[in-house]
Design a protein around this ligand. Sequence first.
Ligand code: PLP
Length: 346
Amino acid sequence: MIDSLVRGCIADLTPYSTARDEYGGELGVFLDANESPYDNGCNRYPDPHQRRLKERLSAVKGVPAENIFVGNGSDEAIDLLFRVFCEPREDNALAIAPSYGMYRVAAAINDIEMREVRLGEDFALPVDELLRRADARTKLLFLCSPNNPTGNSFPRADMLRLADGFGGIVVVDEAYIDFSEEEGLCREIFARPNLVVLQTLSKAWAMAGLRVGLALADRRVVELMSMVKYPYNIDVAAMRMAERLLDDPIDEKVAALREQRDAVAAVLSRFRFVERVYPSDANFLLVRVDDADAVYDRLIGEGIIVRNRSRIEGCEGCLRITIGLEEENMKLLKTLERYEKESIVR
Ligand SMILES: *Cc1c(COP(=O)(O)O)cnc(C)c1O
């Protein structure tokens, strides 16, 4: 089923074979890759198959290494899905809106028509409308759960209904899954070759600076993405550091952030200028206020940077606020308290 969706040029591709592909051992005399022999910790090329990192990720995620693609951030995985499956100017993709902006950007860069379907009341997933908008040339369908910037998760049964009812690849971006009450779909990939689950080390795992994103999928999809990626897409330093940081459990930090999120939401909802604090299953809050630009400018003036989403269709009047350390969140709330007092005087 997967192979019938792949672009012709990718199906026919002979991928680049790296110098060390033929040699499985660790020790040896390496005179094959024109590297420097002087050991400074990074004189050798990284493992293009990322075997050790994938073993660590496999243990953490409970998914076999052969079902894991590792990318230079999830953004690489998103771009590769377009490059593997979508023929420029012929195929199209579907996504929900509002959602993560990168799906649209990656589609545009690859010259692929993107069809966006607005979320329903209270940001509900429009399952039937998505299925209606798909045609024979729709290769990818992007969902994001918990969704950025709305913060809500979609019902598991709805996402699986899409995976089962859609003839192309369903991509479920789970960048925020570690903060969620929900379990995530990564164990559903074994029964559904057209399901790709994106995860990342950038959020709950606190490694945004390393650029490590994952696609969990059928092994054929992983194989196709690996054929198309740059051979050395994850560098030696990032790989080593990610392997080490994956040993530190994140449960306590995730629990603390969730607690802070709920505490900040409770205080925010009492301000008079706050019209709505949307329920969040992630590490941020979407907040509708009476004058988003004024609140945003006031915060910037105090050195507090939030994301102004008020010009995004479906997010009118909204700011997206990431949950920080307790003292950072307190500074935010104190600033907003002063803002409220002054607006009452005026
Ligand atoms: C932050 C985020 C990512 C992470 O991207 P990386 O490239 O892995 O840092 C992916 N998807 C969504 C929806 C995000 O908000």
